[in-house]
Design a protein around this ligand. Sequence first.
Ligand SMILES: Nc1ncnc2c1ncn2[C@@H]1O[C@H](COP(=O)(O)OP(=O)(O)OP(=O)(O)O)[C@@H](O)[C@H]1O
Ligand SMILES: [Mg+2]
Length: 409
Amino acid sequence: MAERIRVLLVEVFPKVAQNITAMLNNIDSIELIPGNITNSENALQLIRQTKPDIVLLEMELPGVNGIQCTEIIKRDIPQTQVIILSEVSSAEAVRQAMRVGATDYINYNNLTSEELLSVIQHVSSNIQQEKIRQRLQQQTFEQETDDQKPHPEGKVISVYSPKGGAGVSTIVANLGVVIKESKPDARILLVDLDIQYGDLPILFNQFPNRSIIDLAIRIQNIDEELIESVVFTDETYGLDLLAPPQKPDLSNGIDPASISTIFSYLRKMYDVILVNVDSYLVESSLMCLSNSDLILLIAIQQVAAIRSLRSFITLISELGISKEKLAIVLNRYDETNSITAKKIGDMLSIGVSHIIPFDMKTAEKAANLGIPFTFDNKKMEISKSFTTLFSIIRNRLQAKEKIAAQIPS
Ligand SMILES: Nc1ncnc2c1ncn2[C@@H]1O[C@H](COP(=O)(O)OP(=O)(O)OP(=O)(O)O)[C@@H](O)[C@H]1O
Ligand SMILES: [Mg+2]
């Protein structure tokens, strides 16, 4: 569950205060900060002390008024969001409030709890996003400092699609086989981050009894030895697997900080880490995406899927994850479909890097047998397409390294 949003109500009119407090007490995601506020001075004092996520602020405060108060709050505690409460709502008053940095403006005459809830939800969602952005930024920074260490670290390539069933697991499994075959000495790990219904090992006909959860719950004692005891090696393909649990994990998932720790070890142990990211986004998957060197975004020829991809691209930009990391891969491609690769590129404002043809017979047979088609069906177009995909990935990573080498430290 997301952390609760801390709200302070600054309302000096007892009836209004009573009414809004009752409404706020009914919103589970809120923690109401107690306080006895009679004027702007003690309001500002309490705000400085408690640093709320949201301040609901009466416009007509005795002393410094709501507008001036907002200016002070935004100057001193910029992360606190201010929502102005007022008996009136003229366009000029709203403009004035927004100009000094208020996030929203509520007229409390005839205010319903639904309206209040909707404003709070909107502001809370922005606050949560900002908190996640800051945490991701922090991790990226730590990783950059780490990168300056002399030993070469492995590359993390994540595969993601906002819509389930686009072919993420198929791509991770078959790409893993192709990479290993062209680089037999490389140490390659496939990670299934789908801790509820991950099926990556099944695509290799494997059912490992250790999973990534075994690392997450021992994160305080994590080291290379522990990782080696949890990872499963598939001798047929020379690939290592970090499996999902055998039954859906019903705990709160993996803590994002643990993901970051796990990946910093994995980078030291492997040359390539291919990650199957679950379509349902949680902070730990964002942490993984943020730590990735390349993100293969899987598109399919469906308007709804493209729209979701577009929202995802907007979201990660807002979270500070560089769009430069993205490569769009169009899977299950059917040339008779009117949604062409060019149209998809235009809709996403990022061109499609690679196309994998639709071949249900080969894909499903491979999945059911648990033998990736790039292993035993190399002549099929779908398999050849993975060889091309690998060379695109290699070029992208090399180009990135060249750019990095040009940046003076
Ligand atoms: N290029 C392709 N042509 C035809 N069928 C494909 C292709 N790629 C994948 N498939 C099939 O599509 C289905 C979904 O693939 P897969 O399980 O890899 O998707 P996923 O994105 O991992 O799904 P989930 O979100 O459920 O984990 C499978 O039946 C798979 O065999
Ligand atoms: Mg899958």
